[in-house]
Design a protein around this ligand. Structure first.
Ligand SMILES: *[C@@H]1O[C@H](CO)[C@@H](O)[C@H](O)[C@H]1NC(C)=O
Ligand SMILES: *[C@@H]1O[C@H](CO)[C@@H](O)[C@H](O)[C@H]1NC(C)=O
Length: 365
């Protein structure tokens, strides 16, 4: 191999400039909730949770609050980095700004968003708990709106979205969170699963029909390991906890949702063999955080929140992260949990690595 070839090989590997070996994706679109929101909720006013618009949210890496529900980058940011795509601009800022065009993708995710429409929660009498009404349906509407400004004919659209990656979720976790936090029983919440999974699957279908060729659909995290759940459902009954100190029943619930979602995606693959429908196992990718936290450099364990107002898991509902009476830890990189509900940048990086190296995506991303 001569030096010129060697040089170009390096250019190809280390930059996105080389056209003969193109990077796999040149655009990324994201829909979902606070696990993926890079600023839509904040831009929509964040009336129900203004603290995410100020420090310590965003203190790591960005050094200012961006609307991300963490100290730093999210899974979607690490995926963008991997494919040398700029961090996804939030849709609501694109709509207002003439500068941002979304040529490398757009983020439609909104913190607090649900897979089911807000109407469902109002009918159940728990609508007042919602952070936002920008549910999955709203986000799909935004996508269609955005698409109509990009292309018109099928051929034109297919060309535009040819190397796009669609991240559909995580979404659905909040549908359950709202119900759990209001004291609805596990058995009753289980009855929501078919509708939540149905709504995610319908969204996947719609995106494929709109031109998506590669779609990542994540399942839910082990919610029984989150400080908010551990605090709210704390019990003296030792048999309620697994070997990592997580709540068994709540983790089992996440597994149940994930199993149903996987079944539903399998059916969808038969219906749309031309699309690559990838299941992302957030549960599996996060498991090591809770199982061997210290081995991963999380010296302060995985269950305690870095930012909070005290209590056994440093989650105090009356003094949640960002509110009076709470404070952030010195070194978030030694924690998996950021605020009792969301994970730290370190934890999200770990999960993203597990997805991107193919261990927790099937088929591999
Ligand atoms: C959602 O919509 C309902 C009904 O239109 C409204 O009363 C409520 O304030 C909205 N909630 C949020 C968080 O915007
Ligand atoms: C997948 O996980 C295994 C076991 O944790 C690890 O040894 C392996 O390196 C991982 N695969 C990749 C491609 O990183």
């Amino acid at each position: 191999m001569n030096m010129v070839t060697l040089f170009f090989l390096f250019v190809c590997v280390y930059t996105a400039l080389c056209s003969s070996i193109p990077l796999k994706y040149d655009k990324i679109y994201s829909l979902g909730d606070s696990l993926a929101d890079t600023g839509n909720f904040l831009h929509s006013g964040a009336m129900t949770n203004p603290v995410i618009g100020k420090l310590p949210y965003g203190e790591t890496f960005f050094h200012h609050a961006t609307g991300r529900c963490s100290n730093g980058r999210l899974i979607v940011d690490f995926i963008a980095e991997k494919y040398s795509v700029p961090y996804l601009p939030p849709y609501l800022t694109i709509v207002e700004s003439l500068k941002l065009k979304g040529e490398h993708g757009v983020n439609f995710a909104v913190a607090g968003a649900t897979a089911l429409d807000s109407k469902f929660f109002y009918e159940q009498g728990i609508g007042q708990a919602l952070w936002t009404n920008h549910s999955l349906t709203t986000q799909l509407g935004w996508f269609k709106q955005f698409k109509s400004t990009i292309c018109t004919t099928k051929q034109e659209c297919d060309r535009y979205f040819k190397r796009s990656l669609f991240l559909l979720g995580e979404i659905g976790g909040n549908d359950y969170n709202y119900a759990f936090f209001l004291g609805v029983t596990v058995n009753k919440i289980k009855r929501m699963v078919p509708s939540v999974v149905g709504s995610i699957t319908a969204a996947a279908k719609m995106l494929i029909e709109e031109g998506a060729k590669e779609l990542v659909v994540p399942g839910n995290f082990p919610i029984g390991c989150l400080g908010a759940y551990l605090t709210l459902f704390e019990t003296k009954d030792k048999t309620a906890y697994d070997e990592n100190g997580c709540l068994k029943a709540h983790n089992a619930f996440s597994k149940y949702h994930n199993a149903e979602l996987k079944l539903s995606l399998e059916k969808l693959r038969h219906e749309y063999p031309q699309a690559r429908i990838i299941y992302a196992d957030y549960y599996g990718a996060a498991k090591a955080l809770f199982h061997i936290p210290r081995h991963l450099g999380l010296e302060n364990g995985a269950l305690n929140a870095c930012c909070g107002g005290g209590g056994p898991y440093n989650f105090n509902y009356k003094a949640r992260c960002g509110h009076i009476g709470s404070k952030a830890c010195k070194d978030p990189s030694t924690y998996a949990n950021w605020d009792g509900v969301h994970l730290t940048e370190t934890a999200y990086r770990h999960v993203a690595t597990g997805l991107l190296n193919g261990n927790f995506t099937s088929p591999p991303i």
